[in-house]
Design a protein around this ligand. Sequence first.
Ligand code: FNR
Length: 359
Amino acid sequence: MTAPLCAQDYAEQARARLDPSIWAWLDSGGADEHTAHANLGAWPALRLRSRALRPLAGAHTRLTLNGRTLAHPILIAPTAWHGLVHPDGETATALAAAATGTPYVLSAQSGTAIETLAALPEPPHLWFQLYAQTRREDTLALASRALRAGARALVLTVDAPVNGVRNAEQRSGFSKPDTIRSVHLDGLSPPAARTAPPGGSPLFDSGLLDTAPTWDDVAWLRHRLPAGTPLWLKGILDPEDARLALAHGVDGLIVSNHGGRCLDTLPSTCEALPAIAQAVAGRIPMLVDGGIRRGTDILKALALGAQGVLIGRPALHALAVGGAPALAHLVQILRGELEVAMALTGCRTLADVDAGVLY
Ligand code: FNR
């Protein structure tokens, strides 16, 4: 196999290596996958504007997020169970994140405890993603545990109170092996699901929505977290929800449609971002994920109002191909591509990247 040169090369090599059912779990989208494909297609469809002879000396990609300086605007998105694609699991991800100065948003469905990653000789810059639990106290306990272990921000994912329709995954026969566990969720009460009566509503009679989180839960959590804890919401795709998030005092938004894995036929994040940026009007920072595969995609995300991007599937592809070194390599590839895109659109720093880079 030739050495991967870009995110797509890693995707192809991962597909060749992985069991087809794990590939389906990892790579597929919801239902007919319209949104998952739209995420991938929307960024390349935007055209860039070439600018010649602009001064580029002293160029860099530094930014400040949650009051900390980052070397570049790429984060690793929270994704479940890295042990399914590489034996070192989340430890490999953490090593790559630390080596490349990449913040790593650890999933609540991680197979490795946050304390283990924080105790690595060179721990990464960790954020922690959580879902609102059936009992509010459990959500707070998860958040407190993550903060105690050194998480520098919390990310509450709000776009998946129920699983999407995952036909590709179902067709593949995927089932998680018992050896891979969501270690942070052990011992917490799962939603009390009951079987709907014959002829009843499959979801609405299941009890699953009885404890589905609402904005009140965001307010509750916000007020119980230690002052100054950065609380981000992930899965905002509508300007009205962005306004509500602002009203609830959150510190940042991740514009996301869960990689197109939840509700199919939602807009791509590239399409959704501009209206959300307008609603937020710079009051809090925004990140975006979904279909980011090239440095040019990152540049466009910043041009549309995001401060940075997250990569979900590409990180898993690289892990599957070669563990920590491969993921570190992929991040460096994306950084390099971003820098080329900045140079050729005449942007010396991220502050220069605005809608003017779009054609
Ligand atoms: C996810 N995603 C996700 N999001 C989250 O908040 N918590 C989670 O545990 C997971 N788990 C997960 C597993 C897998 C296999 C995938 C592919 C995705 C969504 C993820 O954080 C992110 O929003 C998308 O993956 C971004 O799209 P791309 O980069 O995969 O196109």
